[in-house]
Design a protein around this ligand. Structure first.
Ligand SMILES: Nc1ncnc2c1ncn2[C@@H]1O[C@H](COP(=O)(O)OP(=O)(O)OP(=O)(O)O)[C@@H](O)[C@H]1O
Length: 223
């Protein structure tokens, strides 16, 4: 099967001079297209750092990091921007726009790509919000939604463009067990229906069963 992510010899340091500190050590990882991989590990072990490197949200410093066929080590700012457009990304904090409704928040992910008509973007955004159980909250702004509902809007926004790669950082941390289960089931369905590859950072033992494989990062080393 084709590879979605191939990492070899990836190291990462934060800071300069005397405060320079290494947080990732010689990471090697191969994730096949369509695979669901969970990444666990203690707080501070480097999970978010690794996810943001794979997502092109920070520049990789050395080694080799090939994501959806693009080499991200040494990539220009433009190349990283192009890479980011191919990923769905769900953050720990939902990062919704406060002034936009749920539907507008989801639509934004499609508007950035600029390939669909306004009517089609509206249709897909509404359909996905309905799929995550927010059909009654389409025109509501984030302030009127619960934490779990906001996170479901964020999930809909990440999935609406049917990305080939979904990167999620603790997507269920703020959710009760029922909404957490709904959110991961939705991701799993996307993976099956569209061959989407999923890399998910989690401490949530309730969702470990959705994984094809679980990896552990400890002190910046992958096990
Ligand atoms: N921008 C930064 N500058 C300096 N150090 C950082 C920066 N971001 C993270 N670190 C440090 O790098 C290490 C790894 O952090 P990271 O956020 O990747 O861990 P994590 O495994 O995701 O933790 P958590 O489970 O608590 O979210 C930590 O020691 C952290 O303090």
């Amino acid at each position: 099967m084709a590879s979605a992510i191939t990492i070899q010899g990836l190291n990462h340091h934060f800071g300069r001079g005397a405060v320079r500190r290494q947080v990732l050590f010689d990471v090697a990882l191969e994730v096949a297209a369509g695979e669901i991989v969970l990444l666990t590990g203690p707080s501070g072990s480097g999970k978010t750092t690794l996810l943001t490197l794979i997502g092109g949200l920070r520049a990789a410093q050395g080694g080799s990091l090939i994501v959806l066929g693009r080499q991200l080590v040494g990539a220009s700012a433009l190349e990283l921007t192009l890479a980011r457009r191919e990923h769905g990304y769900i953050f720990q904090a939902h990062n919704l726009h406060r002034s936009l409704t749920a539907t507008q928040n989801v639509r934004m992910a499609l508007e950035m790509r600029g390939t669909l008509s306004a009517a089609e973007m509206e249709r897909r955004s509404r359909a996905l919000l309905e799929a995550v159980g927010l059909g009654d909250h389409l025109e509501v702004k984030p302030a009127q939604l619960s934490g779990g509902q906001k996170q479901r809007v964020a999930v809909a926004r990440a999935l609406v463009g049917e990305p080939p790669l979904l990167l999620a950082d603790e997507p269920t941390a703020a959710l009760d067990s029922r909404s957490g289960r709904e959110v991961v089931t939705l991701m799993q369905r996307l993976a099956l229906e569209h061959g989407c590859t999923i890399l998910l950072v989690t401490h949530d033992s309730r969702i470990l069963d959705i994984a094809d494989r679980t990896l552990s990062l400890e002190d910046g080393r992958l096990h």
